[in-house]
Design a protein around this ligand. Sequence first.
Ligand code: A3P
Length: 288
Amino acid sequence: MSFDHFEYKGVRFARGLHTEESIKQAENEFEVFDDDIYIVTYPKSGTNWMIEILNLIKEKGDFAKTNALPIYIRSPWYETVGSQEFIDKLEPPRIIASHLPHHVFAKSYFKSKAKIIYTMRNPRDVIVSLFHFASVLKIFTPTENFQNFIEDFIQGKALFGSWFDHVKGWMQMKDDERFFFITYEELIQDLRGGVIRICKFLGQELDDAQIDSVVEHSTFKSMKDNPMSNWTQLPSDVMDQSKGTFMRKGISGDWKNHFTVAQSEYFDKIYQEKMKDFNMSFFWEQSS
Ligand code: A3P
């Protein structure tokens, strides 16, 4: 996985999206407000899905209000160069996205009452999603070599570093009342149930019709057909839409169409090793 990068605290960041200053600013100077809500993910784990869901919940299912801005402006990634301008325009409660690992996250968060929703996804499907995205997003040098791509991912050479470290780092907060975690796979299995759990965590009371609206507008099909959510408004020097789409397949288990048996066995072995001291079991561990 090749991209022009720099390292900060053992994590790879992409020049073109980040600078050393933007990351240090995000970590040390960014001001977190008590009523902020952060969507934190490792890339390709359902970040945009969660942005759509949370903004719809905030507006009690009012699609017209939610859909006034493109998704990446509605909830900017605060570590990205130039994001502050959009963050300054957000109405409270601000819903802000981030891919930062726990050890680089805004220091002011840890003294605040702000909430985090952390979404995780089967790392095998993250690899596949990222592999395709690497052909579309211009910061990456496209590669055909899936084996090397898996290896880079395992070695933490991906954008935002190691998936394993990201998940383990953030899950230190699993018992904190400001922290809620959910998996992409749970949302695939029961989107409505996920929305209801998220509303409960946020203390948001929506009636049945409002919840129906949140669900209706955050399905894969709705988002894929929605120019405000499907990233098609980005210029071709940022994303080459002729090479693929941001809203690609939106399923769980696509890794089975990409991994060979040998790659799958190899990844399972690494996964067991890296997660052996981690005292939690994930949805995909039963089904993969
Ligand atoms: P695929 O490439 O597997 O299709 P992120 O937003 O973190 O970059 O994640 C992108 C992945 O989430 C892509 O996965 C995309 O299709 C999927 N996705 C986005 N919105 C979705 C939705 N409403 N339902 C299911 N998957 C969704």
